[in-house]
Design a protein around this ligand. Structure first.
Ligand code: PBG
Length: 335
């Protein structure tokens, strides 16, 4: 009998490759002798690096081609950042595992020349103990591509100049150091996975700014008919992560969210209960609606729906309507 080969599709970006390689290594660690092959796939989101994600009209800008390769049988599994995966999957595919989650929060990064300022600053600088927002000087130019981060910055610090920042992470950090912006706001998980967690000047905890649904988590997608691969990837699944991300995604799906509206969600397992916080806001951060619910961990989708209902009761619908959000496939490379 020939040893089975599992073909893992990966985007070409450094972060995507690190994530796919991690999955490959974990699979081989748990299944000695298993053959894995990494198959590069280019996505729409990768081809339009320079444009803010929310201006791309394809939902799932970073996942669509991987899903097509899966359905065509070119690859057996796709490794995604969970927050890039639209809430509605194409026919015949399923998310089979949610591995251990990285830091779900966002992070403020200052240029190298200002690094001493933060709580992580090597010289235990003047900024020790200061929050991300306190570290930003008046009128600072802050680079970020996500509407959620933009809404937060505009609501909390109307003096700031919020500017688009896309391109891969290395490029953005280099341009930051060259003076393109005074600061960047990014997902902490991406920086940590890339081994540049030391560039985080100040963490922005989920309580201060609710993350994008799924932020910091990976999602492993397979063909629903592929029982062999489902069995193999079971070892990667962390039930507490799966429950949290399912609740966050259900909330997003219920509000028909796309990456065109500022929306955040963060779930934690507390024993047999699931606690889920969520927000929707106008692009300028006013209004800003935030709520928290808890419910049985046995039904994360119900907890997500309950949170959406609570926010609807507070007028979320008009916030969504004003942003032109229509029920669609859900997150399209939401950040
Ligand atoms: N939107 C793109 C994207 N997709 C996943 C990450 C980072 C890793 C993660 O959130 O899990 C990023 C970059 C960012 O938002 O700064």
């Amino acid at each position: 009998m020939t040893a089975p080969v599992v073909r893992i599709g990966t985007r070409a970006s450094a972060l995507a490759r690190i994530q796919a390689q991690w999955v490959a290594r974990e699979l081989q660690r748990h299944h000695p002798g298993l053959q894995v092959e990494l198959v590069p796939v280019t996505t729409h989101g990768d081809r339009h690096r320079a444009r803010p994600l929310y201006t791309l009209d394809t939902p799932g800008a970073f996942v669509k081609e991987l899903e097509e390769a899966l359905r065509a049988g070119i690859i057996d599994l796709a490794v995604h950042s969970a927050k890039d995966v639209p809430t509605r999957l194409p026919e015949g595919l399923e998310l089979a595992a949610f591995p251990q989650r990285e830091d779900p929060g966002d992070a403020l990064v200052l240029p190298r020349s200002q690094e001493g300022l933060g709580p992580n600053g090597r010289d235990a600088g003047r900024g020790a103990g200061m929050t991300a927002l306190e570290l930003l000087p008046p009128g600072a130019r802050v680079g970020t591509s996500s509407l959620r981060r933009q809404a937060w910055l505009r609501a909390r610090r109307p003096d700031l100049k919020v500017e688009p920042a896309r391109g891969n992470l290395d490029t953005r950090l280099r341009r930051l150091d060259e003076g393109a912006w005074d600061a960047l706001v990014l997902a902490a998980a991406g920086l940590r996975r890339l081994g540049v967690g030391h560039r985080i000047t100040a963490a922005i905890p989920p309580r201060a700014l609710l993350p994008a649904p799924g932020q910091g988590a990976l999602a492993v997608e397979i063909r629903a008919s592929d029982d062999a691969t489902r069995r193999l990837v079971q070892v990667l699944d962390r039930p507490e992560v799966a429950l949290a991300v399912r609740a966050e995604r259900a909330f997003l799906a219920e509000l028909g969210g796309t990456c065109r509206i500022p929306l955040g969600a963060w779930a934690r397992l507390e024993g047999p209960r699931l606690r889920l916080a969520g927000m929707v806001a106008a692009p300028d951060g006013d209004p800003w609606l935030e709520e928290e619910v808890e419910g049985p961990a046995t039904d994360p989708e119900a907890v997500g729906r309950e949170l959406a209902e609570r926010l609807r009761a507070r007028g979320a619908e008009s916030v969504l309507a004003a942003a032109g959000a229509a029920p669609g496939r859900g997150a399209a490379g939401r950040a």
